[in-house]
Design a protein. Structure first.
Lengths: 296, 423
């Protein structure tokens, strides 16, 4: 018994030693910046001068700032469009490619993945040009078929769904690859035996595919959640938060507070709240989906 | 880890990719290698590149690493680079952002290398409008140019619309009838706000506000929410919502360069771009829309961002002074290629400059407007950037027709007063 306990203890120590290099980096580059960001948020921060401690003043000022609440609302609206769109498109492409019997699957997969290789600046500039009301190709073709094109990037109603669609175009290829890996890990025998038992494609999807893809879905969902709630580049480049403040999301508000108003303390407070939101939702996702697949 | 060290490390990490996209950061070991970072990105960027190349050709010992970047990230980069103790030796600052970055700039007459102006062999009197460089009595920069908006117009469209291409409308009535004439031939008459970004919409409104002799801010209060403020903004909004001279959300620069727009409000810096487009164009000050003729204007200043205390810094500042001394004869070329009014008196009076195509097409007109006080700069205030940011969304929403002019100015006034009260 004692020997078994000693072995377990030794295994734990060895395990921790293996983890140590990663843990050090994680503490240094993930935990320390979060803690330091929180520390900054408690000060009227001046990186080249005195920074008096102000307690939670930066937070209370934010809570009384309409622009902060507007940015928070925009962040959730954008995320509500972008996250399902990115995941659904990624999953749909993965399923279509798995069932495709063409020799050109690899080419199609490459083409779908390609946008992910582009820098966000390129994506933003490209789509701003494609959607330009005067010279954009999309409004041109909408006009060509006899309709009046919506003001994609200059209408408060359309701007966030439009940017969400652009994000989906950009990011769904990578999610497709993640889902493809998850799909490929499901043994074909399960489908064959369920077919013998009379299960159709829909029953197979809900009873085999989705449950066994839980780890892939969780991974893609957390990645997409972070991308959705912390989005900055697309908004900064395509609309700079406009029209008005219709697309000013939290990350952009934080960026402006820090680097246009040079109010670093308040920007850190926004950053910390954004971190808290992402953290809580991520933990909830992990709890809801679980870390293990049905395969164990 | 010290707070400052942490910020340095983080800022370096953040700046590394940005620097990679703009060019290489100078090697700190090089004795006279200097980093000159500007916010120019159009025709004026080409002009500065030409000047720097010329200076290097005649001063091979001055190794100048010129990087020119996007306007919106420039001030963040400038500030962070000083915090990270890896700032460029030379930068450019707009007058309306000058006070917000004042604490990261050297007093050019009191640097660790001494008085840079003296080292350049120059005097304050050599510069037109030297006072614009002063913040709290200290000269935090050297005046480079005065820039501002004029109206560029397509002479071919004027001809087709039956207008005299050599005579730009000088009154509001003439301007409005010109717009109607252009509309009749199926072209877009006017775009008041360059690429249509909120800051340009705000600037277009400010010029109309000033035309009514109304203030933007007074002391620590917003001053624009008055009858005159509403009248000026309503006039701007009506251009796109009622008169149909253009549409909100459009890029006037693209419209003009593609030959679809009759008149475009754009800056002095537009000269090289419009020249390259091979359009037959003219340029004029805006007409007298209300009580006086005025356009939005500003200044560029050459600044010296603060460096860590070291012998290397002194050596680099001395090299900077040498570079700036070599720059002085190029103020004329800056005017000729960059299109802005140079603020070095010898350049303004340079007869060769007055023979250039730029002078004939745009610069002569802008110089005259600057001398007559027709280009008005924004009020100097440490929080003017925050004021502008508070105003812009509301003015843009009014311009887009999503809220009324009164609503926009009420909201803008409340936000500006919060900003100015320090909330």
């Amino acid at each position: 018994m004692t020997s078994k306990n000693e072995n377990t203890k030794a295994d734990t120590i060895i395990g921790l030693l293996f983890l140590l290099p990663y843990l050090i980096l994680w503490l240094l580059f993930a935990i320390a910046p979060v803690g330091y960001g929180f520390y900054i948020s408690l000060h009227k921060w001046n990186p080249i001068g005195q920074s008096p401690f102000v307690g939670f003043d930066n937070y209370t000022q934010l809570f009384s700032n309409d622009r902060f609440w507007n940015a928070l609302e925009n962040t959730f609206i954008y995320a509500a469009w972008a996250i399902p769109l990115i995941l659904a498109l990624g999953l749909a492409f993965a399923l279509l490619l798995k069932s495709a019997k063409m020799s050109t699957v690899a080419i199609i997969e490459g083409a779908l993945f390609f946008p992910y290789l582009l820098n966000v600046s390129v994506v933003g500039i490209l789509w701003a040009f494609l959607l330009d009301p005067n010279v954009g190709i999309l409004p041109y073709y909408i006009r060509a078929i006899g309709f009046s094109p919506p003001d994609f990037l200059n209408s408060p109603a359309y701007v966030l769904p439009t940017i969400a669609f652009v994000s989906a175009w950009w990011l769904c290829g990578y999610r497709m690859i993640v889902f493809r890996a998850g799909l490929n890990a499901i043994p074909d025998e399960l489908y064959e035996s369920s077919a013998l038992d009379g299960a159709g494609p829909i029953r197979q999807f809900f009873s085999i595919t989705l449950p066994l893809m839980k780890p892939s879905i969780l991974f893609a969902a957390i990645l997409t959640l972070v991308a959705g709630l912390c989005t900055l580049g697309q908004v900064l480049i395509m609309t700079n938060g406009g029209p008005g403040t219709s697309s000013e999301v939290l990350a952009l508000f934080m960026y402006r507070t820090a680097f246009e108003s040079f109010n670093f303390g308040q920007a850190a407070a926004i950053g910390f709240m954004l971190f808290a939101i992402v953290f809580v939702i991520s933990i909830a996702l992990v709890k809801f989906l679980g870390l293990k697949s049905e395969l164990g | 880890m010290e707070r400052r060290d942490f910020m340095k490390a983080m800022a370096c990490l953040g700046l590394a990719p940005l620097a990679g996209t703009l060019g290489s950061v100078p090697a700190s070991a090089a004795e006279t290698k200097m980093w000159f970072n500007t916010l120019f990105h159009g025709g004026d960027a080409d002009a500065m590149e030409t000047i720097v190349k010329n200076i290097h050709a005649s001063n091979p010992d001055l190794n100048i690493d010129l990087t020119q970047g996007a306007w919106t990230e420039y001030y963040a980069q400038l500030y962070n680079s000083v915090v990270a103790e890896s700032a460029p030796q030379i930068g450019i600052v707009d007058d309306f952002r000058y006070e917000s970055v004042a604490e990261v700039l050297y007093d050019v007459q009191d640097t660790p290398a001494g008085n840079i102006l003296e080292l350049m062999g120059a005097k304050t009197d050599d510069f037109a409008q030297w006072d614009i460089s002063l913040v709290g009595g200290k000269a935090l920069g050297i005046p480079l140019d005065q820039n501002g908006f004029g109206i560029y117009y397509n002479k071919d469209i004027f001809r087709k619309a039956g207008l005299d291409p050599e005579k730009f409308p000088q009154t509001r009535e003439e301007f409005e009838s010109a717009c109607e004439a252009i509309k009749k031939i199926g072209k877009l008459p006017y775009h008041p706000a360059l690429s249509g970004e909120p800051r340009y919409i705000r600037r277009a409104w400010l010029a109309l506000l000033w035309s009514l002799n109304e203030d933007y801010i007074k002391g620590d209060k917003a001053a624009f929410n008055t009858d005159k403020g509403r009248q000026s903004l309503q006039y701007l909004v009506d251009m796109v919502q009622k008169q149909g001279w253009n549409r909100p959300g459009t890029n006037g620069t693209n419209q003009f360069l593609s030959g679809e727009l009759g008149m475009l409000q754009n800056g002095t810096w537009f000269y090289l771009t419009v020249e390259k487009a091979k359009l037959d164009y003219g340029c004029s000050m805006p007409p007298k829309f209300f009580d006086r003729q005025v356009s939005w204007g500003g200044y560029h200043l050459i600044v010296l961002p603060k460096q860590p205390d070291s012998d290397e810094t002194v050596a680099k500042l001395q090299a900077t002074a040498k570079f700036l001394k070599a720059f002085l004869p190029y103020y004329s070329l800056w005017g000729e290629m960059g299109g802005a009014v140079p603020l070095f008196k010898a350049a303004i009076n340079d007869p060769k400059l007055k023979e250039t195509q730029t002078w004939k097409k745009t610069l002569g007109m802008f110089s005259q407007a600057a001398a007559s006080g027709l280009m008005q700069a924004e009020p100097r205030h440490p929080k003017i950037t925050d004021v502008d940011l508070a105003v812009e969304p509301h003015v843009q929403e009014a311009y887009n027709g999503t809220i009324t002019v009164a609503e926009a100015l009420n909201r803008a006034e409340a936000d500006v007063n919060k900003v100015l009260a320090g909330a």
